[in-house]
Design a protein around this ligand. Sequence first.
Ligand code: ACO
Length: 508
Amino acid sequence: MYTGTELGESESDRQVLVLVLKTLLCRLPLPLLALQLQVKVQFPGPVGQQRKQEKRRGNCVVRPDISLLRHFEKHMVVVLTAPTTISSEKNEIIEGCHVPVLLPNGDGWHASEVLSIKEVNGKSLFYIHYEDYNKRLDEWVPIERMDLSKLEQPKKDIKTPIKKEGGVGAPRISNGGTESRPSSPEREPIYENGTMQSLGLSNSGAMKVHTGCDGFGSRKRKLEEDTDSQDAPLAPRQTGSMVAHHDDIITRMKNVNLIEFGKWRIKPWYFSPYPQELTTLPILYICEYCLKYLKSAKCLERHLQYAQHLCLLAKLFLDHKTLYFDTDPFLFYCLCEQDAQGYHLVGFFSKEKESAEDFNVACILTMPPYQRMGYGKVLIEFSYELSKVECKTGSPEKPLSDLGLLSYRSYWSQTILEILLDLKPNESGERPCITINEISELTSIKKDDVISTLQHLNLINYYKGQYIITLSDEQIQTQERAMAKRPIRIDPKCLHWQPKDWSKRGKW
Ligand code: ACO
């Protein structure tokens, strides 16, 4: 006889489920009614997503009510599945059973322990641990790989230990549900564009394990867990050691199927407490740069749009630039400060992969907290070092902002003066001689910018039919002081880079 009290969490849940069972079962052929059945009821829509699937078994003798069934068919999906406690002739397979399992390569049988049972497309799968082997070899196997003639029931007096340390109450596995796979600690989902939510860490720093929503066994587990956690007061973590104590069933089972990490797809070896909702995915996508985990390739793609986010951020401090969402034509060079916490973005510049106008910087920014500390000039200097390796002269994209012009003027002036002051008289003791073209080639500063800088510094004089550059003592001293204020310089010897010919690519 069916007992409604086993169902649902609330009284109304129970009533609905009982009705569904009755109306459903009345449609089955009579012989089936005698069977023990497991019934999975899914509520569609948002409500359904919140409510977890309820799974129960029961025998019913009911009268047909077709109109009621139609009503529920509109709102629910009812799935009949075979019970997951698999009966063999003598015994049934439950968690804790010991049974020989055919090794993956078909290379003989090996004693194994059944840790969990689940159903996939109506077929039972068993999570087994090959005894005396490292648990990274544990796997889900079908019943066909088991030698049921040698099945041994778990010893009654041995219970799966419950981990109490640090407030973590590891649930016992119940064998009543259709899926007994342990879950990760329940935590807030990580949204594709969101920040990391609560990590479910208790005050003690221990991971909080919540398993109350994934089936029959889980409800029982939840109660046990609650009781356990009451019994065991939360103890602060006593040690920084990360050595695991493998005495709970949850951490004995791998929970993530496969990860995609950069160009690799990797099968995890062990349990890791990723959010529960992500452990049911066929693949977990992990950003190889910041290690954020995402639920789909699409989310990862969006996440990797770092350059777009950088442009959006830069636009907050740039008035006269247009924001292009297509960042593919550009390369981005980021400057960071490093400390114990990691890398902190200080500034960046973008550069067109191919520039018809010989621009070597499209957009440059120093984040306001780091401005006027010389970082702008470091970025500018770096952009010219790249141009030197490319054997090109370059110029920033126009128009320049007011601060852009100030920074470039300052950089051009100091760089050109540095060249001029380095010039030595020739062997006959005559004053040194240099052309605008030579300055441009040595510095990779475009000829127009060299001329405008020399004019701005008012260095060019026409004397006895030729142009000469005259530097006053004051100008020399100002230059020396300015150079002393530039502690961070780019050392071209440290630049290991080969320019890429982007024109050879069909398209970006
Ligand atoms: N007032 C006066 N002079 C300034 C100022 C300011 N607010 N900011 C910079 N300067 C001068 C400095 O005097 C310095 O010259 P000096 O060494 O001769 O004194 C020079 O500019 C460079 O200073 P840095 O500290 O190296 O440069 P900073 O890190 O401040 O970055 C930058 C300069 C990138 C222009 C920064 O001001 C910025 O991000 N501004 C907002 C975005 C912007 O306008 N970008 C340039 C657009 S043009 C383009 O993208 C091609």
